[in-house]
Design a protein around this ligand. Sequence first.
Ligand code: DC
Length: 225
Amino acid sequence: MIIAIDGPAGSGKSTIADLLAERFGYSKLDTGAMYRTVAYVSSARGVDLDDEESVVDVARALDIAFDDAGGAPRVLADGADVTREIRTPATDRIVSKVSAYPGVRRALLACQRAFAVGRDVVAEGRDIGTVVFPDAGLKVFLTADPAVRARRRVLQRHPGAAADDPALSAEIESTLADLVRRDRLDASRAEAPLRAADDAVRIDSTSHTVDEIVDMIASLAEDRR
Ligand code: DC
């Protein structure tokens, strides 16, 4: 079975998809990491990000792999570990541009579908339920208040920091501005915009714990398995 989890940046998709994949013994497919990898590698190679054709060439030729063997999962681009580089604010700033290119989306769509052949998957992204796996057994559209999403994102970058640490407030503010900008770009692009599939279950995670959301989705998945 495929469990599709879509939603805006910072809605908790990644954490929740990890826990669901662990609970059911499914593989996890982080499609945002794939778009991030294309953006980061293009930029690191000095490709002009306004030159759609060149970015599409990178996406077509790049071998993106997820390595779960031992410890924290790693993202590999042509064998090189880019796990950290794809999560920096610099990559945050360029990824929406790259992910809006139809040729990039086509290249990654083929890899995403190939990943799921013959296995159970929890896939997370923006267009999983609408485009990548329209026949997914369960589709969830996860949302949360933007300020809460920004705070979560910053705390992910500073594990162990207190949620109300004043040293983080400037970063939370700039992250919020970036999230709102990215949501707008992701939702307004022509190709595979961020939107809930008609048959998706909408869940607002603002005032729920991660465990509560995971339990909710797990019980929906159990019903459909
Ligand atoms: O989920 P994330 O923040 O890691 O995603 C990074 C970017 O990739 C996000 O701005 C939108 C884009 N994306 C997309 O267009 N389609 C997907 N299926 C997943 C991510």
